[in-house]
Design a protein around this ligand. Structure first.
Ligand SMILES: *Cc1c(COP(=O)(O)O)cnc(C)c1O
Length: 448
């Protein structure tokens, strides 16, 4: 191992440099084929041997998801500075759970402050978690504790049964909200879907108010969406927040990627009112373009958050605001460093440019599809996702035929099968949009 340590910089930088240089040429995704069978642990190969085997056995099956033409899900790339920050995270291997031994938690706090500034969340405190699912779970755990506060019980101590009936209202919640409700003991069935506006995925606020009024003053949780995954629709956050004047509820906003609309002055209105939310979920491994394993949970009730997540032990000292008392994890990697690096390197201007380019590219693909025979948009392009279908070709066939050039994922919108193209990678250029369109159109590979 000591020999490997000396050779690590050379071996790794060569390997990673080759991967970075060839990212554009990788298949956007590798279609499902025969599974690579697991092998029993072979004799030790050393670092060089391990990297060589990784390159030959595993790399060919990996997706170009960090590259410019992976349009599935909402998949951000990784800016150069964020990759550097991520590498340094491994090299330094800090555990930012406490402030006992380093300033690492303060670096994360600075990064969270920068994000709060960019996203217009001056009244919130934040904590790093692994992704938006964890951010939603953490926000809803604080919501659950707030229900307890209203009922005069500490759910953290008494358990969720002490709450009795729980109602969660939402128009178009992300699937991870249901998962979070399951994990939190609230239960998937206690989610009640409120009607959306006609032809929209945004809540009908009047219908939401009716549902709240029907609770007769019993406090509830409302989950609003700031960016749905199919049509990137936004709930009217200001109008929903204003309902709290008449009805008691905790407002959790899932703004996993939509929060970044705040960076584009032309689109910032979509997230107006975000600061009024009690808790907000923001993913960073999507539109901020940091490597996977990064999201922030913003909250306005750190006291309740602490009540849920505190992890007191003699060897951890007394009560504090150290990160381990704020989220499900205790020990963890310093995931804030990748975000810190990209924000410091590219600032508001650089990240605004990524967001605005993505939006322009989604609109461009929407125009190309609208003008071409057979294609139909299932919804207008609102931000960075195009949701579309073809009159005669099945989505799965289209997805297969577009590979290896570009990758799209299937969906269903209002009962109609379709596809999604999500733009959120800093590497994507206008030429990539044209190439993606040609791949969709089924041009023979050599003509693309
Ligand atoms: C992606 C996404 C999530 C889940 O995020 P993960 O990072 O996969 O945990 C939740 N909500 C919305 C709106 C999303 O787009």
């Amino acid at each position: 191992m000591h020999d490997d340590l000396a050779r690590l910089p050379g071996l790794l930088s060569g390997h990673a440099a080759r991967l970075l240089a060839t990212l554009d040429g990788r298949p956007a995704a590798v279609p499902p084929g025969p599974r690579t069978p697991p092998r029993p642990l072979p004799p030790a190969a050393g670092l060089e041997g391990a990297l060589a085997e990784f390159a030959s056995r595993w790399e060919p099956g990996f997706a170009g998801s960090a590259g410019p033409r992976y349009f599935g899900f909402v998949t951000g790339g990784a800016t150069p500075a964020s990759v550097a920050g991520d590498w340094l995270t491994s090299v330094l291997d800090q555990n930012p759970a406490t402030r006992f031994d380093s300033s690492a938690p303060d670096l994360e706090e600075e990064a969270i402050g920068w994000l709060a500034e960019l996203l217009g969340l001056p009244s919130h405190t934040g904590a790093f978690v692994s992704g938006a699912t964890m951010s939603n779970t953490t926000g809803l755990a604080i919501a659950r504790e707030w229900l307890g506060e209203r009922a005069g019980v500490q759910v953290a101590d008494e358990g969720v049964a002490a709450l009795g009936e729980i109602t969660v209202l939402s128009a178009e919640p992300h699937s991870s909200v249901r998962k979070a409700l399951s994990m939190l003991g609230i239960g998937r069935r206690n989610l009640r879907i409120v009607p959306a506006l006609p032809g929209r995925e945004a809540a009908d606020v009047a219908a939401l108010e009716e549902a709240l009024a029907a609770l007769g003053g019993r406090p509830a949780i409302v989950v609003a969406s700031a960016g749905t995954v199919n049509t990137v629709d936004f709930d009217d956050l200001r109008a929903i927040a204003a309902l709290r004047e008449r009805h008691p509820f905790w407002l959790h906003v899932d703004a996993a990627f939509g929060a970044f609309a705040a960076l584009s002055p032309a689109h910032a209105d979509l997230v107006a009112g975000l600061d009024e939310a009690d808790s907000v979920c923001v993913d960073l491994h999507k539109w901020l373009n940091v490597p996977y394993d990064s999201a922030v949970q913003f909250s306005r009730r750190r006291d309740l958050q602490h009540r849920v997540f505190h992890n007191n032990a003699a060897y951890l000292g007394g009560p504090s605001e150290d990160p381990l008392h704020l989220t499900p994890e205790n020990s963890r990697r310093l995931r804030g460093l990748a975000a810190w690096c990209t924000l410091r390197a590219y600032g508001r201007e650089g990240h605004r440019a990524i967001v605005e380019r993505s939006i322009a590219q989604a609109h461009r693909l929407g125009e190309l599809l609208t003008a071409a025979p057979g294609w139909r948009l299932l919804a207008p392009v609102r931000l960075n996702v195009v949701c579309f279908t073809h009159d005669t070709r099945a989505p799965d066939d289209i997805i297969r035929d577009a590979l290896p050039e570009a990758f799209f994922t299937p969906t269903t919108l209002w009962g109609a099968p379709g596809l999604r193209a999500a733009f959120s990678n800093w590497r994507t250029t206008p030429d990539d949009v044209e190439r993606a369109f040609r791949a969709l159109s089924g041009y023979p590979a050599e003509a693309r």
